[in-house]
Design a protein around this ligand. Structure first.
Ligand SMILES: Cc1cc2nc3c(=O)[nH]c(=O)nc-3n(C[C@H](O)[C@H](O)[C@H](O)COP(=O)(O)O)c2cc1C
Length: 348
């Protein structure tokens, strides 16, 4: 109520990226955390083990909100069980020209074509290390990896390896992002030959680093596009299983506009309510085709407890949100988890 009546109208009067930058700046300082904690209520604990990790609850922040890993304490204060930071690339990059984030408020959606703007792996790792010291013990941090714009597809695995190694000690899990529509050619990395090379090379490195550090091998997830055909999805799942990935994050944004009324829309990836059904259809297929061999983290169009529960009922172990947070505000995570907690308790 407070957010939708007072804060959202102010933020929505600003350009979408400007509003985002201001939000991140404030959240990175942590000054609102006492307010968030007292206003949105307690963090609900409902521990669950997914892969090798123990989560305090199954709701997480999706990648792209905190690209440079600067506001982890605030995601922790909001009651998320985990946050995925990045996408980070080896070298810093500016991304595409502005404007590049657009709200479609009538449809509770966003279109973005940011193009992996981020501070680069060196600075990212410093930010991550600094933030991690101050987090709740049971708060999980995933690192989402991408390739630089000018890296050829054949060399992409070097980019993923570079940042994987750099962040190995501080990441709890890694996500390989081959599904953003805003880096030319990136989604081709979902093809068997590229994907196999990237995942095999990362798992080899994972084993090497496990031996070198006292750290354990890390869980690796693949984040996929909702625009894959069923045949393509089949291949992707085979490659993930062959390479012993922990699971799949379904999904990234879509280039489809089929779930919006006819009209002319900006180019880029669509997220929010119009993505929900598209993403759910893919989640269903991933759950079915992977026959329990891959864990599913669901993402796309979660704005409420019902949207969250729908994804859990489809077979997801964890759920992430991005656009819902823009429209519903910082109390959304605690609202969802509180209700989930109550529903489980009631069913007992
Ligand atoms: C502005 C914006 C930037 C994003 N940046 C990234 C990113 O850097 N890496 C990534 O894997 N996903 C990125 N995403 C996709 C989200 O993580 C998520 O997969 C997608 O938005 C669907 O979830 P939602 O409907 O809850 O927003 C971005 C989404 C938005 C709206």
């Amino acid at each position: 109520m407070f957010y939708s009546k007072l804060i959202r109208p102010v933020l929505f009067r600003l350009d979408a990226e400007k509003a985002h930058d201001i939000t991140i700046k404030i959240l990175s300082k942590g000054i609102l955390n006492p307010l968030i904690k007292s206003f949105c209520g307690q963090v609900s604990h409902m521990p669950l083990k997914v892969g090798k990790l123990n989560f305090r609850n199954p709701l997480g922040l999706a990648a792209g909100f905190d690209k440079n890993s600067v506001a982890l304490r605030s995601w922790d204060a909001m009651g998320f069980g985990f946050a995925e930071v990045g996408t980070v690339t080896p070298l810093p990059q500016e991304g595409n020209p502005r404007p590049r984030i657009f709200r479609i408020t009538d449809h509770y959606a966003v279109i973005n074509r940011l193009g992996f703007n981020n501070c680069g792996a060196d600075q990212f790792e410093k930010n991550l290390r600094k933030q991690k010291e101050k987090l709740s013990k049971n708060f999980i941090v995933g690192v989402n990896l991408g390739k630089n714009k000018h890296t050829e597809l054949d060399d992409a695995y070097h980019d993923y390896r570079f940042t994987f190694e750099k962040c190995f000690e501080d990441a709890d899990y890694f996500t390989i992002n081959v599904s953003s529509p805003n880096t030319e050619g990136l989604r081709q990395l979902q093809q068997k030959k590229y994907l196999n090379e990237i995942l095999k090379s990362l798992q080899d490195l994972n084993t090497e680093l496990d031996e070198k550090f006292s750290e354990k091998k890390k869980d690796i997830f693949l984040k996929i596009s909702p625009d894959l055909t069923l045949a393509e999805l089949d291949d992707v799942i085979d490659v993930c299983i062959d390479n012993k990935l922990t699971g799949i994050i379904a999904t990234n944004t879509t280039v489809s506009r089929n779930t919006l009324p006819e009209g002319s829309y900006e180019q880029g990836g669509l997220s929010g309510k119009p993505l929900r059904e598209i993403s759910n259809a893919l989640i269903k297929h991933v759950v079915k085709l992977s026959e329990g061999k891959l864990i599913v983290i669901a993402c796309g169009g979660v704005f409420s407890y019902d949207d969250f529960k729908e994804k859990i009922d489809l077979g997801a172990s964890l759920v992430q949100i991005y656009t819902g947070l823009i429209y519903e505000g910082p109390c959304l995570p605690k609202k969802i988890i509180r209700k989930y907690h109550e529903s489980l308790y009631k069913d007992k």
